[in-house]
Design a binder for this molecule. Structure first.
Ligand code: PMP
Ligand code: GLU
Length: 412
């Protein structure tokens, strides 16, 4: 067993291949860069942020404070408290018509951690994971970290950035293990209608493919859009679906780190075992606060949505007036995702070429002092992502700056 000790055998060294296969989260990296510039006193408009700019509601904060004061500061069961699991079960029943037992629910340290646990519990080396693009940045890397193969299927604005059943059918092979869906979507802000979900569900059931349904933006929807969870479309699809959700976006609790997943008992048990050997329980204090977020008054969510809705319309309308920029109106989340590839091939006043989304994002940051995320981070180089989780005043200022910077680009 002690092979390394044998004479002439090289000791294994260095970083594991799976860690070398991934990069740091580009969304978090952009946010950090904008924060650092602000700290240096530079007046940056931050459209990079991926978190609501509202404070956590007072009743939720108070629940956290009470947890500390009452000594609720020790380990909880590794998979989360019964109290929070029950609150999550109530939420699924009320909002999605989904019935789960406690053994089918796992509380984790943010929805990103729920997704990671799913990847660890489900993916074997060589498994294929279908991910429609534009995708949220962490899906392919979480698959790679578990030696699985991301299979990217492109979607277009003409399809409302939705995966069609036809394109899904073409991507399915004998190795397909799962499909990752995100509705409403980060970065596109588009969301799946019931019909498309029914067609996707039928294919998943026919082929026995798991569906990972990331519904973290469920509460942030506009124009009367009605969110549908694919798991609610029948028992067969429910048995194959892992629904992921959390309080980060709905209750502006990104720093508290509470997310959750619900699904088939065997998968949830495997995820719980992984969690018990890795992070143990999510913070006890945050769990108490999350119970309050789920069970307490929900007017906060409505107030936040009214504000996001105004900003969404303003930002998208203005983007569409900039020559070379076209943007679909999002129905959910807090991102605009304009197509900007018509600007590629131009040159800045300083003579630098702008050939792709990262060069455009770098130009806008350096020249116009506007931080945003380049589309290549989401597998869609023709686009950029702007978050409107910032004040209306900043949005106006940022768009003025972008307009001016685009005007200053020279056609070659
Ligand atoms: N999924 C999507 C689509 C997201 O945008 C985010 C935000 N970071 C997450 C999951 C992770 O959320 P959390 O902060 O709860 O880990
Ligand atoms: N979801 C946010 C975003 O896309 C947060 C960043 C992250 O978790 O990567 O910007």
């Amino acid at each position: 067993m002690r092979g390394n000790a044998q004479k002439g055998t090289a000791r294994p060294m260095g970083i594991a291949k799976r860690a070398q296969a991934i990069k740091p989260s580009p969304t978090l990296a952009t946010a950090a860069k904008a924060k650092a510039m602000k700290a240096q006193g530079i007046d940056v408009v931050d459209f990079g942020v991926g978190e609501p700019d509202f404070d956590t509601p007072e009743n939720v904060k108070q629940a956290g404070i009470r947890a500390i004061q009452s000594g609720f500061t020790k380990y909880t069961p590794a998979g989360g408290t019964d109290e929070l699991k029950e609150a999550v079960i109530e939420k699924f029943k009320k909002d999605n018509g989904l019935l789960y037992e406690k053994s089918q629910v796992l509380i984790s340290c943010g929805a990103k951690h729920s997704l990671y646990n799913i990847a660890e519990a489900l993916f074997d080396p060589g498994d294929e994971v279908i991910i429609p693009s534009p995708y949220w940045v962490s899906y392919p890397d979480q698959a790679l970290l578990n030696d699985a193969m991301p299979v990217i299927v492109e979607t277009t604005p003409e399809e409302g950035f939705k995966l069609s059943a036809k394109n899904l059918a073409q991507a399915i092979t004998k190795k397909t293990k799962a499909l990752i869906l995100n509705s409403p979507s980060n970065p596109t802000g588009q969301a799946y209608d019931r019909n498309t979900l029914e067609e996707i569900a039928a294919l998943a059931v026919q082929h026995g493919i798991y569906v990972v349904s990331d519904e973290i933006y469920e509460k942030l929807i506009y124009d009367g859009f009605s969110h549908v969870s694919i798991a609610s479309l029948g028992q067969k699809i429910k048995d194959l679906t892992l629904v992921v959700n959390g309080v980060s976006k709905s209750h502006s609790m990104t720093g508290w780190r509470i997310g959750y997943a619900a699904g088939p008992k065997d998968v949830i048990t495997a995820m719980a075992n992984i969690q018990s050997q890795s992070t143990s329980n999510p913070a006890s204090i945050s769990q108490k606060a999350a119970v309050e977020a789920l069970r307490g008054p929900q007017d906060f969510v409505r107030t936040m949505n009214v504000e996001f809705d105004k900003r969404r319309k303003y930002m998208v309308e203005r983007l569409n007036t900039i020559p070379g920029v076209t943007c679909l109106m999002p129905v959910g989340a807090f991102y605009a995702f304009p197509r900007v590839s018509a600007l590629y091939g131009r040159e800045t006043a300083a003579g630098k070429a702008v050939r792709n989304s990262s060069e455009l994002a770098a130009y806008l940051l350096e020249d116009a002092r506007v931080a945003l995320v380049s589309g290549d981070a989401f597998g869609a180089d023709a686009y950029i992502r702007l978050s409107y989780a910032t004040s209306m005043e900043s949005i106006k200022k940022g768009l003025d700056r972008i307009e001016e910077a685009v005007k200053n680009l020279k056609k070659l």
